[in-house]
Design a protein around this ligand. Sequence first.
Ligand code: CA
Length: 228
Amino acid sequence: MDEKILIVEDEKDIARILDYNLKKEGYHTVLAHEGTSIPLLAAKERPRLIILDLMLPGLDGLEVCRRLKMEQKTAAIPVIMLTAKGEESDKIVGLEMGADDYVTKPFSVKELLARVKAVLRRSKTPVPVGDKFMAGALEVDFLKVEARVKGAAVELTSKEFELLKALALSAGKVLSREALLEKAWGMDAALEVETRTVDVHVGTLRKKLKSEGKRIITVKNYGYRFGD
Ligand code: CA
């Protein structure tokens, strides 16, 4: 199988159980017990999946997740959050921060393994890297730089098209305003352009996409996600 999973858990017993069972299933594991080192460690190790505890010394799980999703090298790595009972609101924030799934402690090893497999399977579904992306009545042609709704061409500005492209290429994942700025306006401009500009362009993009505009979902105080 040869797939690497990064386990971030400060409770040594839980970390050990996860480590043991994931290895038994044929995964490679990397263990960490605090949050601060994780963004760099993940960029270096490039795991296929990260199991991330919420309450961690150093950076907490939410902040770690946020940083992972902001960084191009690690943004695509799926994250399963471990939360304790009573941390439900954090769980929701975690999903908004880009976590792919969560498991509540105490959990059964069987359940966790099932989630790991499901998340890995999902993240293997082909990313639309070809020249076309389709969702419902929307068709985006990356080569021709064209968008169509129900077969009719939609006139988009270059920024609107770049935004749509960035969202479509990360379909299902939350992208922060900063990440969208960087993708559509470029790294240098991202420092000068206000993040509110993204909201304005998303607004006009949604209108132009008409019935398909609702696919661009607002994630409050954070950014946007292209959904089904
Ligand atoms: Ca903990």
